[in-house]
Design a binder for this molecule. Structure first.
Ligand SMILES: Nc1ncnc2c1ncn2[C@@H]1O[C@H](COP(=O)(O)OP(=O)(O)OP(=O)(O)O)[C@@H](O)[C@H]1O
Length: 156
């Protein structure tokens, strides 16, 4: 049996998928100043983002140092692999949110510049709050997982 044409499919489907949307979106990306041409270029840009955050964001550096310390302590306490995995996940979540917070700040500054705007304040405050919530949860999880074996190890 012959395959129905796209227009016939769209005519019968009450919620048709816009098959040309992907093509249109790709054309929009041509408007970017530069688009990563290959996988190594994508990694290079990601590394630039990491480097920028490490150099300019004090909070990001604090989270990295804290994460390394927590992971080192967990290894010293010989935590089980699943507990280590939970710690990696929570520390990484904070770092990822800090990176997104930095990206959000840059986009807001790009949009409004040095002008005050209540929506800019809401966007930045909420992005910062997301990092704070994740950091508190991460700290709580680290205490729950590390404190009992630490007490045992130092013999209290
Ligand atoms: N354009 C703006 N309009 C209104 N309020 C703003 C604007 N820019 C910054 N703010 C306010 O100032 C706060 C600090 O903004 P800033 O861009 O310095 O973030 P930051 O201190 O680098 O944040 P973080 O410590 O999370 O990286 C924001 O959370 C927001 O309340």
């Amino acid at each position: 049996m012959a395959q129905p044409l796209t227009s016939e499919l769209e005519a019968t489907d009450p919620n048709p998928i816009d098959l040309s949307a992907n093509r249109r979106l790709r054309r929009l990306r041509v408007g970017a100043w530069q688009v990563a041409r290959d996988l190594p270029a994508s990694f290079r840009y990601a590394a630039q983002g990491l480097g920028y955050s490490l150099l300019t964001q004090r909070n990001f550096r604090i989270h990295v140092v804290t994460g390394v310390f927590v992971f080192g302590l967990a290894l010293w306490l010989q935590l089980s692999l699943d507990r280590l995995a939970v710690l990696v996940l929570t520390v990484t979540a904070v770092l990822v949110l800090e990176l997104l917070n930095t990206a959000m700040e840059a986009v807001v500054d790009l949009a409004v510049g040095r002008r005050y705007h209540p929506l800019a304040r809401i966007a930045k405050d909420c992005a910062a709050a997301a990092v704070l919530v994740a950091a508190i949860a991460s700290l709580l999880i680290a205490v729950l997982l590390l404190l009992p074996p630490l007490i045992t190890r130092i013999g209290f």
